[in-house]
Design a protein around this ligand. Structure first.
Ligand code: 5RP
Length: 235
């Protein structure tokens, strides 16, 4: 029953996002089950309303979904700015800081979100948190030969470092960039800015799943079937 409620929240978020899309927009297209609901809703508007949009996908799986529903694929080579990027999240705190990357797509997701004028995060009611890191690890995408040194840096930050294992195969998860993921398990992240800075300075790290100043809006799909929109305060 609660699975139905969760799925309903994701569908509602997807439909609401699609209702704000207009023809001619270039979209950043996120990865995960909530972003997939938005892609499907955009697809329905392509059929029903003759909507015509282009999209930069954040993963191979998002690209396949875009192609299936009729969103034209473009790359950031030919597009200076995106009108609107949308994506899901694994945790969202009160300052609209995020943990992303359960789908191991966070490095591309960050590039796409950074190129957007508006980055809307679609978060069901389970994603709110007081402190980042309380439930979800921070994924760190690395080149495989750097696994030992990067694990030690993560441990020096107070986290447990675990190489993410693939499903349906033996061995590590391999990302769309053919890299690996180390999941950094914190109790809570006391200083996200410091974790961000240290990880980005660590050789062998491509990027990590902390999104600190990127979300311009978070839309929460509530358990009661409503949506709460929260916009970033620029103060
Ligand atoms: C993928 C992501 C997803 O957006 C995030 O994991 C949320 O997924 P879902 O909408 O399925 O809960 O960051 O890398």
């Amino acid at each position: 029953m609660s699975g139905d409620k969760l799925d309903g929240a994701k569908r509602l978020l997807g439909a609401e996002l699609a209702s704000e899309v207009v023809s001619g927009m270039v979209l950043g297209v996120g990865t995960g089950s909530t972003a997939a609901r938005a892609i499907e809703s955009i697809g329905r508007r392509i059929v029903d309303d003759g909507l015509s949009v282009k999209g930069v996908p954040t993963s191979q799986s998002a690209e396949r979904l875009c192609r299936a529903v009729g969103i034209d694929i473009v790359s950031l080579d030919g597009v200076a700015r995106l009108d609107l990027a949308f994506d899901g999240a694994d945790e969202v705190d009160e300052d609209l800081r995020l943990i992303k990357g359960r789908g191991a797509a966070h490095s591309r997701e960050k590039v796409v979100a950074s190129a957007a004028d508006r980055f809307v995060v679609l978060a069901d009611y389970t994603k709110r948190t007081q402190k980042l890191g309380a439930r979800m690890p921070v994924p760190v995408e690395i080149i495989p030969m750097a696994v030992g040194p990067v694990q030690r840096v993560i441990e020096s930050l107070g986290a447990r470092a675990e190489v993410r294992q693939g499903t349906g195969k033996d061995g590590p998860t391999v990302t769309d960039q053919s890299l690996w993921i180390i999941d950094a398990h914190f109790d809570v992240i006391a200083d996200p800015e410091r974790v961000n800075a240290v990880l980005l300075q660590t050789p062998g790290v491509l990027d990590h799943g902390l999104f600190l100043n990127l979300a311009t809006e978070v839309w929460f799909g509530e358990a009661d079937g409503t949506i709460t929109r929260v916009a970033r305060r620029d103060d």
